[in-house]
Design a protein around this ligand. Structure first.
Ligand code: NAD
Length: 502
């Protein structure tokens, strides 16, 4: 790095830190690779005690006690990344992808042990997939050339992105977000789900240690060690936070939209599946099982309810049984429903509203079966049962490996009920059909971000289908499957009358 650049970084960082409370700290650049200790109050030798204590940004490797410290460190790292250019961005992408895969087994295990939801092999598998998340190569400038010269539109960073991650895939979401966000030249501060925050901090620390070793940037991805609603608010309010990325359910999406900051929201889903009489029932059954059973149905894209034409319903369910899913009787379904939901009377005597029992979210099918009053083999992937369209298992995003199957009389009814059960989340829908008119009608009616035909839902994220992967699918705010471009500002640079070379 040139002396000018280094001086520039020091000046800018000093100014930024000054703005967050007159604090002082040591700025580390690649030229001084070793982390310096934090400045101690009154330790300069002049004998005067400083009024404010310095934020401790050194030696933390991204893990901070407060949102303000994390944001200050991330802002400093953003400025360093700006100086170190595309090579550093590529290095960060490479480190995160390589480490996620290398640590898939231990990190999958610590996430599973902390959250106690989902399936251990699938937690490990999700980390092995981070290499499919798009990075630096995704950003290509757009050029215009004509009689009046040339114009370049570039995808440039915002600065610090505040990111909220779910309990359902803590380290995978965080890792994919770092790849996307840093590929675009930003830094990031995470407020993880409190029940999946320890494992997230382990990954953040490990990523930063490696990134610091290779690039000299110490805190490109930061995390608040003990996240709370207060730290969420502080992260959103911090002046360095330029943009929010929220991955979670309806409450956090609403909270983020009320902050006044621009929020990219990867919100909840309740993906319906419609099965008509033109598809291959064996292929449909296998696809439905593999999508709905993955990680015990924790995926936001995972199949949550099936509508099937009446005259092919028995065949579909038979194929599901033949392929490892276990059908519950109506009495067993009633027992499981009692355990899986509590029903509170609506205010003013309206319909009872079902709340999901968190104790059963993401649990194994064999655990749900016990609540239903039967024993099934421990490796059973999925339970299913016939229900009506208003059943709590259909209407709630229950995230359990228990799939409700609803018979419908016509394609129109199947599409209408699919639409109703999706609750306008505009997230994901699936169809099994070889009739292009049925496919087109459902795609138009549901208007979802992802629409998968004749495959399991993960095919919509490039897993067995074409396309790329992200664990943050921006639904209510419309950015779609997030990628590095999602986290950029488009800036135009115009040369008038020159540099067009023919
Ligand atoms: P959750 O909504 O309980 O938590 C998500 C995050 O938001 C957590 O970090 C949590 O601490 C925080 N949070 C929750 N309520 C908040 C509030 N009022 N203010 C501030 N922060 C708040 O979700 P979860 O159970 O961890 O994850 C499952 C949900 O996330 C499901 O609804 C699922 O569909 C959705 N999800 C969506 C995507 C997507 O890409 N669209 C991906 C994964 C999960």
């Amino acid at each position: 790095m040139s002396a000018v650049n280094e001086t520039l970084i020091r000046d800018v960082v000093a100014e930024v830190l000054g703005r967050i409370g007159g604090a002082t700290t040591t700025v580390t650049t690649s030229a001084q690779a070793a982390p310096a200790p934090a400045a101690k109050s009154g330790s300069c030798g002049c004998g005067t005690k400083k009024a404010t204590s310095a934020p401790v940004l050194r030696g933390k490797y991204g893990v901070f006690a407060t949102a303000d410290e994390a944001c200050a460190a991330a802002q400093e790292a953003f400025l360093q990344l700006q100086q170190k250019g595309m090579a550093a961005r590529r290095k960060i992408e490479e480190i995160v992808k390589t480490m996620a895969e290398k640590n898939a087994e231990p990190w999958g295990r610590i996430e599973f042990e902390e959250t106690k939801i989902g399936s251990l092999p699938h937690k490990v598998a999700k980390l092995g997939l981070i290499k499919l998340v798009p990075g630096v190569d995704w950003l290509r400038p757009d050029a215009h050339s004509g009689d009046h010269g040339i114009t370049l539109e570039e995808y440039t960073p915002f600065g610090v992105v505040g990111a909220i991650t779910p309990s359902t895939h803590s380290i995978p979401t965080l890792s994919g977000n770092i790849v996307n966000i840093c590929a675009a030249g930003n830094a990031v501060v995470f407020n993880a789900h409190p029940s999946a925050a320890k494992c997230a901090a382990v990954a953040v620390r490990a990523y930063n240690e490696a990134i610091y070793r290779e690039t000299g940037i110490e805190n490109i991805a930061c995390i608040i060690e003990k996240p709370t609603l207060d730290s969420f608010n502080a992260l959103c309010k911090n002046e360095n936070t330029r943009l929010l990325l929220v991955t979670g359910g309806p409450m956090v999406v609403k909270a983020a939209m009320q902050t006044g900051k621009r929020a990219i929201c990867a919100g909840p889903g309740n993906p319906p599946v419609f099965v008509d009489d033109t598809c291959c029932p064996t292929r449909a059954a296998k696809a439905i099982i593999s999508g709905a059973a993955f990680d015990n149905n924790l995926l936001c894209i995972g199949e949550k309810q099936v509508f099937v034409l009446d005259h092919v319903a028995d065949k579909l369910m038979q194929r599901m049984s033949e392929n490892g899913a276990v059908k519950l009787t109506s009495a067993q379904l009633a027992s499981l429903t009692k355990a899986a939901f509590t029903f509170k009377e609506g205010q003013g005597g309206g319909c009872a509203h079902a709340s999901v029992n968190k104790e059963l979210i993401g649990k194994d099918a064999s655990v749900l079966a016990q609540a239903a009053g039967i024993n099934v083999p421990a490796d059973t992937q999925l339970l299913f049962a016939e229900t009506d369209a208003n059943h709590a298992f259909v209407q709630e995003e229950q995230m359990m490996p228990m799939l409700p199957i609803v018979r419908v009389k016509s394609v129109e009814e199947g599409i209408a009920l699919s639409l109703q059960s999706e609750h306008n989340y505009k997230h994901t829908a699936v169809i099994h059909s070889h009739d292009v008119e049925n496919i087109t009608a459902m795609a138009r009616a549901l208007d979802t971000t992802l629409f998968v035909k004749n495959g399991p839902s993960p095919a919509g994220l490039g897993l067995g289908g074409e396309g790329y992967l992200s664990f943050s699918i921006a639904t209510p705010t419309g950015e779609g499957i997030t990628n590095p471009r999602t986290f950029t500002r488009v800036r135009r640079c115009v040369m008038v009358d020159n540099l067009r070379i023919y």
